[in-house]
Design a protein around this ligand. Structure first.
Ligand code: HXC
Length: 515
């Protein structure tokens, strides 16, 4: 090969690797951020990343842009492997025009998204961008829309993960919002539709970027972020860990990891978790951790709507999704946020063939004007709809309370669950014994010489009749009442029995989930 031609190529590649130059790379590092290339090399298995479109440049001429062309145009795109499996990725390069999105930058992202769709593999986006390339106007806006459109078509077909590792503002937030999971990095990332200056102008509210759309705001208050990372390295580790629970696309299952049988699989530690009195809280995560493969629980949205717990785990090496009421927070009640959180997760698992284990200890729906005005009706219905529609293997375990409408909603037999277990501590009724007695025995209580005594007596009678799982077991709504220590073994056998489950919903264009 002609050495001059080789030199030209090497020079171009060298330039591309420099991005926006040493000074801007230094600035990126002083902010505590890695560069796009450093992030990609941490994300992908060593030497597996192949870059696509390294020498692409923008096509704009206005504002002197003609003289400012940088190879790659602010985004690194390509494919590689993570834990040996094919993944497509893009990483916005803040050192090049602030990672802003030009027409060509968008084309590069669209190209790898199209490849990912055609080859059925996940897409990971590492976002770090000042938004629309201001010098390009509508060309940039069109580029965003091209990405949003692809995000939507890819939804439910391949897993899409967005890591926000810098600014993400304006309409740019909508690509991550359509993807399946959003991770944010503490202190260095933020997301908002309109920034603090616009907020000040429109509403006269003084607010910092961090408070408006920082990692804590979105992981605790809005629920927009699914995971919060301490720094870039932590964020990328979390992306890789998350991917390990997911299949490549909706036509595949997550490959199991090797699993060794643990004796008779009984877990006696589970026998002592439920407190003596039914109003006493306990941490449902102890039940989860005590049942699944050791150390395998990977919680999603841990700081948002903590009255419901969601996450992935492995059972006998196989990936499962978990939805659990959390009695340690607001008594595990269902409200607007927990219903939305649960519903979206159930739908994700159903899209990607991940079986569901649902743990139930729920006193009902949260009453009040705040809940009603924020549409607990519509939002509670989301969770009901999501479970009803899910065709993946579904197993429920009632650990304690399953009251009222929440009993039906939380993956009851009636809405298509495959196996329903209860512990002997299960209480399945329309409501708690005290509330129920106060309503149905009001006249007797009022007429009694000692109303308090009478209430206690009637309450005990009601509890005897209903505060247990046996009425439901007699009807077959509960398939088996099991000892806590048997839980793991029952789940292993149950999911194995359901592993070839094939269930089809009535043929239609699509359902109309109460959004
Ligand atoms: C072109 C941009 C840019 C943009 C930043 N830069 N944003 N270039 N278009 N949108 C350039 C800067 O000129 C600068 O170039 C370099 O990137 C780094 O920016 P700094 O301002 O020095 O960095 P920093 O102080 O960290 O501030 C980052 C920032 C700020 C907060 C993101 O740059 C900023 O406010 N940018 C504009 C954000 C914005 O309004 N975007 C449009 C939003 S509307 P040099 O050469 O000096 O290094 C939108 C609509 C999307 O995105 C609609 C989709 C439907």
């Amino acid at each position: 090969m002609d050495s001059k031609k080789k030199e030209i190529l090497l020079h171009k590649k060298e330039q591309a690797l420099l991005g926006g130059g040493a000074d801007r790379i230094h600035k990126q590092h002083t902010k505590g951020k890695l560069t796009a290339r450093e992030r990609i090399s941490l994300l992908m298995d060593p030497n597996s990343f192949e870059e696509v479109g390294m020498l692409v440049t923008h096509r704009s001429y206005d504002f002197g842009m003609n003289d400012q062309k940088i190879y790659g145009d602010g985004v690194i795109t390509g494919y590689g492997t993570i834990h040996g499996r094919l993944v497509y990725a893009f990483a916005q390069d803040f050192t090049v025009f602030g990672g802003s999105l030009s027409e060509t930058h968008a084309e590069k992202i669209c190209k790898i998204m199209d490849l990912a769709m055609e080859n059925g593999a996940p897409v990971v986006g590492l976002n770090d961008s000042g938004g629309a390339r201001i010098q390009e106007g509508v060309n940039s806006l069109g580029g965003y829309a091209d990405i949003f459109y692809r995000n939507t078509l890819a939804s439910g077909f391949i897993p899409q993960i967005s890591a926000i590792m810098g600014p993400c503002a304006g309409g740019a937030v909508y690509s991550p919002a359509i993807t399946d999971f959003i991770l944010m990095v503490k202190d260095t990332s933020y997301m908002f539709v309109t920034g603090p200056n616009v907020v000040k102008t429109v509403t006269n509210e003084d607010i910092t970027a961090e408070e408006l759309g920082g990692t804590s705001s979105h992981s605790q208050e809005s629920g927009v972020a699914h995971l919060a990372a301490l720094h870039d390295v932590d964020c990328i580790e979390k992306v890789k860990n998350l991917l390990s629970y997911l299949p490549q696309n909706c036509n595949e299952k997550t490959p199991p990891i090797p699993y060794e049988i643990e004796g008779d699989e009984s877990r006696s530690g589970l026998d002592t978790i439920i407190p003596a009195t039914t109003t006493q809280p306990y941490d449902i995560k102890e039940v989860i951790a005590g049942t699944v493969d050791r150390g395998s629980f990977f919680e999603i949205q841990p700081a948002f709507a903590q009255n419901i717990i969601i996450g992935f785990a492995r059972l006998g090496g196989r990936s499962i999704g978990i939805v659990a009421n959390q009695p340690a927070h607001l008594a595990g009640v269902l409200d607007v946020n927990s219903s939305k959180k649960g519903a979206r997760f159930v739908r994700f698992c159903d899209c990607f063939n991940i079986p569901l284990w649902v743990l139930v200890d729920v006193p009902g729906f949260l009453p009040g004007k705040d809940q009603e005005w924020n549409a607990i009706i519509t939002n509670g219905a989301k969770l009901l709809f999501a479970f009803s529609e899910a065709t993946v293997p579904r197993i429920s375990l009632i650990t304690r309370k399953a009251y009222g409408g929440a009993y039906d909603v939380m993956n009851s037999k009636h809405i298509g669950s495959d196996l329903n277990f209860a512990w002997p501590s299960g209480e399945i009724a329309v409501m708690g014994a005290k509330g129920a007695s106060e309503i149905i025995f009001r006249r007797e209580i009022e007429a009694a010489d000692n109303p308090d005594e009478k209430l206690k007596e009637l309450e005990a009678d009601y509890a005897d009749k209903f505060a247990h799982p046996y009425r439901a077991a007699e009807r077959g709504f509960i398939d088996e009442v099991i000892l806590p220590k048997e839980t793991r073994s029952k789940l292993l056998k149950g999911f194995a029995m359901l592993s070839h489950k094939k269930k089809k919903l009535p043929k239609k264009k699509h359902g109309n989930i109460p959004l």
